[in-house]
Design a protein around this ligand. Structure first.
Ligand code: ADP
Ligand code: G6P
Length: 472
């Protein structure tokens, strides 16, 4: 590939992400089918791509032979194949057992293995090659997330004519943690292949600038990094969002309201419904919130007729050790609280280990009086934004971790430190018993912010900064 001449593809706008927006799965009759991919990255990028009609390069989620490029909803989807060993070493290993825990404050211990790193380099090269083939002359290429941090540098080497942007969807830790990574310099150089590097929070952008000074010895000024070859790279925060109008439209449908009613009846018509919706991930604080709710029931502070909990957890990264341990912890906690406080037809915690379509999610958000979002660390957290989008009548209460990026924007939420069990318990009680007028005031102010900061605004501010005048 090193000798390949820069070939010229057809797309003037190219997104590169580990995942395609759809996963290839086997249908009941054994035929291949497509299903929306999990997670916040796809939730945010999908509407942006439908409007921009670009090409999307990513993995189709299985180790079968990669499907030929195909068009869907105006997007050109190009699938990058991964072998079973690459899924183990690049995806489950380096991406999700090294980088993911390291970048989320070492909530779980990161594992450093040289063969995982080697697979990461090799797979990043394959993505860079695919992007180089699809992009038209002087095209705009937007690379996403921690799985592909080497692609900006690799792609620039193959195609110096391109305008390259990179966005990190997860937190970037300070040098005290990042500095442990044996391949810290290679990662930073990889990212610096981009013209513009976006982060969720201003703190992550300043961590990045400090890392380039401390670990590479580069000069920085404001949001700019000065490279030895004379290039100037910019690093800034662009908080991500959701398609607010689309979700609100679903939430307003009469059938969504009927379904929300039905959900409340099915769980025994409690006075208040608390809700958690997450990928089953140890960064989300799922066990912490179940433990806190269980203690409130055990203490007799809250009765299960007053409030019950629904926890929906999407299966995620199921072969990675820490995810198996988390699943056991959560399912033990749920079983225990229901054994003690449940009744037939009225569980204390309703737990679903499954994923659901947008219509069902909207009905759940409509059914919930209190949304409980308690990550121990989270780049943004789109679930918090989705809840606010669905509460178009200004009802409902949001409990939100200080450690989610969304806490920068939703100052009116009940902000909590999820490590503080007593603080979390008393906040849940305050949220359950909040008077409706205060709830309305809080929700109205959060909605006002959200409606003005939807995903189109996020994408256009990033792309304008990338393609517009690059000088400050
Ligand atoms: P992350 O990107 O870490 O998964 P976010 O909260 O930013 O976290 O985004 C999660 C996305 O996945 C949201 O759009 C949310 O609606 C979706 N999601 C979470 N749980 C489920 C589920 N059980 N079924 C379907 N979608 C889900
Ligand atoms: C987070 C990450 C995404 C990832 C998603 C789902 O949102 O930032 O890059 O795609 O989780 O995780 P998965 O491992 O299933 O792709």
């Amino acid at each position: 590939s090193r000798t390949a001449k820069p070939r010229r593809g057809r797309s003037s706008f190219v997104v590169v992400a580990n995942r395609l927006p759809v996963d290839r799965v086997e249908g009941a009759d054994g035929t291949p089918q497509w299903r929306r991919s999990p997670g916040g990255l796809v939730t945010a990028l999908d509407p942006v791509m439908r409007v921009n009609k670009g090409a999307w390069i990513g993995w189709a989620g299985s180790t079968d032979e990669a499907p030929e490029p195909f068009d869907e909803a105006g997007m050109h989807l190009v699938s990058v194949p991964l072998s079973a060993t690459e899924v183990e070493n690049y995806y489950e290993g380096f991406s999700n057992a090294t980088l993911w825990p390291l970048y989320h404050d070492v909530i779980a211990p990161p594992v450093y293995r040289r063969e995982w790193w080697e697979a990461y380099v090799q797979v990043n090269q394959r993505f860079a090659q695919a992007a180089a083939e699809v992009a038209d002359r002087e095209a705009v290429v937007w690379i996403h997330d921690y799985q592909l941090q080497l692609v900006p540098e690799m792609l620039r080497a193959l195609r110096p004519d391109l305008r390259i942007g990179y966005f990190l969807h997860i937190p970037l830790p300070p040098v005290e943690l990042f500095g442990r990574l044996p391949w810290r310099q290679q990662i930073l150089r990889g990212l610096l292949g981009a013209d513009l590097i976006g982060f969720q929070r201003p703190g992550a952008a300043s961590n990045f600038l400090r890392l380039t000074r401390r670990l590479l010895g580069y000069q920085t000024q404001r949001d700019q990094v000065f490279l030895p070859d004379g290039r100037v790279v910019r690093a800034r925060s662009f908080p991500i969002s959701i398609d607010v109008a689309e979700l609100e439209e679903i939430a307003r449908r009469p059938e969504t309201h009927r379904r929300a009613e039905e959900i409340r009846e099915e769980i025994g018509s409690p006075a208040k419904v608390l809700l958690g919706i997450d990928r089953l991930d140890y960064t989300k604080g799922i066990a912490e919130r179940i433990h806190a709710f269980a203690e409130l029931l055990n203490d007799g502070v809250v009765s299960p007729d007053e409030a019950t909990f629904i926890q929906v957890a999407t299966p995620s990264r199921e072969r990675v050790e820490q995810y198996k341990l988390l699943r056991d912890e959560v399912e033990l906690a749920v079983g225990r609280v229901n054994g003690t406080h449940g009744r037939i037809g009225r569980p204390a915690v309703t737990y679903l280990h499954s994923s659901h379509d947008r219509v069902e999610l909207a009905a759940l958000y409509r059914a919930a009086d209190v949304m409980v979002v308690t990550p121990l660390r989270d780049g943004m957290n789109l679930v918090a934004k989705e809840y606010v989008a669905c509460r178009y009548d200004n009802t409902g209460t949001l409990v939100l971790s200080e450690f989610a990026g969304a806490a920068d924007e939703f100052r009116q939420a009940f902000l909590v430190n999820p490590y503080d069990v007593d603080g979390l318990k008393s906040t849940l009680v305050d949220a359950i018993r909040l008077d409706p007028r205060t709830a309305t005031r809080k929700m109205r102010s959060m909605r006002r912010h959200l409606v003005e900061h939807d995903v189109d605004k996020w994408a256009s501010s990033f792309l304008t900064a990338l393609t517009g005048d690059m000088r400050t």
